[in-house]
Each structure stands twice: as structure tokens, then as C-alpha cells.
Ligand binder design. Structure first.
Ligand SMILES: *Cc1c(COP(=O)(O)O)cnc(C)c1O
Length: 378
């Protein structure tokens, strides 16, 4: 007999005030949409080569530098296409010959595949670990770029960012996919050369843009490859993107509304205390979610090692007697959205976005709601 989600109802006082728990695109705060309305006569529909939009790009760049406390000499570079396109950008403009990759889920494997298929690069070195854990990288001869993922969104594993043992900042770059981490997890610029992301996760804007915080060593590499004979498509050329970004422009037309939402989110984070404050909200949510799962005999955090559990993407395995798809179907009927496991992981699991925009009290309400649904189901 198939399960009818409408057979279960949840009292409205149990439900989260906002039901958006997607891991990307993620909850956009109302104030960010208000910022779009406020921009309707001055920014939307105006030239990206004129001061209003250029000033907006400049504001985003300088606020990101403040948020990450970037040292002198770092630059925020941006362009169109999101993080997936940045992988291609990096194969053309950051990897000199050979990269090494920490692979521990869907997203981290994609950059390794992009490097493996680039005809101008050597076969990458891949260091893998089981899903639900992360591997550590090590110095290897001939590697000029080490690829880490701050938060593996497909599994809910986060890693501390440190330069791989035995490597030095002079000879190799550390490239970090921070798409779902940037703005919600802390990191130290001394351990990283390129910290790249798209704004539809912790920054609660829309997808389609990539942004990369680049160290002086990264900028040197961009200019070195930019001055070489290597063929690069212009739209993927990091030297062209860098040149445009330092002029507060993008090579081609950006989505202005996305920039407005990103800027509003940066104001919110900086106005409340910056990265520590934003990361603290996610940490509070994570403590609630994992603590709740540990206290249930039918639920448990998927990531066994508490040090590797993500504060921004929580993955909770359910007992086989409870079908997570049924739980998600009941939640969806009540406006609680996108708590499904990552498709390709194929586990009986809930996956919950805990980005800074999501109220920690709504994570609390979500756990009470799931308790109620599971009690009604059994
Ligand atoms: C979402 C995500 C991506 C893909 O981002 P797009 O902007 O859709 O290309 C890449 N890496 C990680 C870790 C992600 O979470």
C-alpha cells in the first residue's frame, strides 16, 4: 500500500516560521528581496559599465574582503557561470601542470574530473575517502595546485582548511571550493590561495555568478598563465576576469539582482558582527540538529566523526523502518521544503540546510515537526 502524505497533519504551532531548508538555492531573506525593490529605479535595468552598478560590484568586493579579513594584496575576482564554470576557469587559469584533489563526494569529484579531461593538464592525483568522511592531502612531487572542498554539500562533511603537510605557499596553490561554506564556516587566509564560491548558499542570493578570493600567489599564477601560450577561451580566462574585477566590472553582463541580494546579505552579516556571528548561527543550528538526532533511537548523524560534521549542511540517517521520502512528503505538504537526501547518495536520509539566513529557532521547530510526523507514521 502506498503511503498517503495527506493522512498526517502537523499542528501549525509546531511548524517552522519559514519552511525553506534547501541546500542551494537556499532561503533568501525578505530583506534581500526588499533590497531588490529598493533598487528598482536606480540599479535594475541600468548599464553595468556605469557607476551605479560598478559601485555595487565594488561594494560587494570590499565587503567580502572585510568579511574574510583578507590581508593586503588579495583580490576578489568574479565572473559569470557559478562554481561549476569556475572549475573550468581553474583548469585554464590556475593549474599549471598537475593538481591533487581531495575527493569525498559529488562536488569534490567534479573538479577532479574537469582537470582529468583538460588536454593541456597532466592526469590529476586523486585522494579519496568514503562518503561521510574526508581525506587529507599530502605533498607530492610535480603537483602545483591542491584542491580542497570546505563543505561537501552532497554528504554534509566539512573540513578544516590547512595547507597539505609538506607543501609551501611559494611553490603550490591551495584551491578551495567553498560554494556552500563561504559565509557560514570560518577559515584562515594563510592556509588558502583561492577561496571560490557562488552566492546561492550562505549568501542567500541567486546562482549564476562565481566569486573567488585570490591571494598574491594566486594572482601571480593567474598572470603567469595569462602571459603564456596556453589557449584559453575568453569567457573562461582568469586574467581577463581579474582585469575586469579590479575595475569593478565583469567580462560580460552580470545578473544585477543577484548582486543586489548578495550585497544586502553582506550588510546583514557585517552589521551583526561579521563572519564569526554568521558562522555562530550555523553552529547553533548544527548543535540543535545533531543533538536531536543523537537523542533519538531512530535517527543518527550520517557523519560519524563529530569534527567532520558540517554546520551548514546537516545529514541525518533514519532507521529503515521509517521512509525518509515519506517524511519529506509530509513536510512538503506543510510547506517545509527540500529536506530530501542528495539524490546520488541514495541513503534513507534527511538533508537540512543550516545556512546563516536560516533561523536557529526554525531548525529547532523542524526537529519537533519531524518528531511529530514520525510518531504519527508508526
Ligand atoms: C552547489 C555547489 C557547487 C555547484 O555550484 P553551481 O553554482 O551550481 O555551479 C559546487 N560545489 C559545491 C561544494 C556546492 O555546494
Amino acid at each position: 500500500m502506498s503511503f498517503d502524505p495527506s493522512s498526517i497533519s502537523v499542528p501549525s504551532d509546531l511548524l517552522p516560521a519559514d519552511g525553506r531548508f534547501c541546500c542551494g538555492p537556499s532561503k533568501v531573506r525578505h530583506e534581500q528581496v526588499d533590497a531588490i525593490v529598493a533598487a528598482r529605479d536606480t540599479l535594475l535595468g541600468t548599464s553595468h559599465r556605469k557607476p551605479p552598478v560598478k559601485n555595487l560590484v565594488g561594494a560587494v568586493r570590499s565587503k567580502l574582503s572585510d568579511l574574510f579579513a583578507l590581508p593586503d594584496g588579495w583580490e576578489i575576482v568574479l565572473g559569470n557561470g557559478g562554481s561549476t564554470v569556475f572549475w573550468d576557469v581553474a583548469t585554464f587559469g590556475l593549474v599549471r601542470e598537475r593538481s591533487q584533489h581531495a575527493v569525498f563526494g559529488e562536488f569534490s569529484s567534479k573538479f577532479a574530473e574537469a582537470c582529468a579531461s583538460a588536454p593541456h593538464l597532466g592526469t590529476p592525483s586523486v585522494v579519496k575517502s568514503d562518503v561521510g568522511t574526508h581525506p587529507s592531502l599530502h605533498a607530492e612531487d610535480g603537483i602545483d595546485a591542491y584542491a580542497l572542498t570546505h563543505n561537501e554539500t552532497s554528504t554534509g562533511v566539512a573540513m578544516q582548511l590547512t595547507r597539505p603537510a609538506g607543501t609551501s605557499a611559494d611553490s603550490s596553490l591551495v584551491l578551495v571550493d567553498a560554494t556552500s561554506a563561504a559565509g557560514g564556516l570560518t577559515w584562515s587566509p594563510s592556509e588558502v590561495d583561492v577561496y571560490y564560491f557562488a552566492p546561492q548558499k550562505c549568501f542567500a542570493a541567486d546562482g549564476g555568478l562565481w566569486l573567488a578570493a585570490c591571494s598574491p600567489a594566486a594572482i601571480e599564477r593567474i598572470n603567469e598563465i595569462g602571459g603564456s601560450e596556453r589557449w584559453r577561451p575568453a569567457s573562461l580566462d582568469l586574467a581577463i576576469a581579474l582585469d575586469n574585477s579590479t575595475k569593478n566590472q565583469t567580462y560580460n553582463t552580470p545578473a544585477v539582482a543577484t548582486l543586489v541580494m548578495l550585497d544586502a546579505q553582506l550588510d546583514w552579516m557585517l552589521g551583526n558582527g561579521g563572519l564569526d556571528w554568521a558562522a555562530g548561527r550555523s553552529a547553533t543550528s548544527a548543535a540543535t540538529l545533531y543533538g536531536w538526532a543523537e537523542a533519538r533511537d531512530w535517527a543518527s548523524p550520517f557523519v560519524a566523526n563529530p569534527d567532520e560534521r558540517s554546520n551548514v549542511v546537516g545529514t541525518i540517517d533514519l532507521d529503515d523502518s521509517i521512509d525518509a521520502n515519506d517524511v519529506c512528503a509530509v513536510l512538503r505538504q506543510h510547506g517545509v521544503l527540500d529536506t530530501d537526501a542528495y539524490r546520488k547518495l541514495g541513503r534513507n536520509q534527511l538533508r537540512v540546510g543550516m545556512f546563516p539566513a536560516i533561523e536557529p529557532s526554525d531548525i529547532e521547530a523542524l526537529t519537533a515537526t519531524v518528531d511529530h510526523v514520525v510518531a504519527q507514521m508508526s
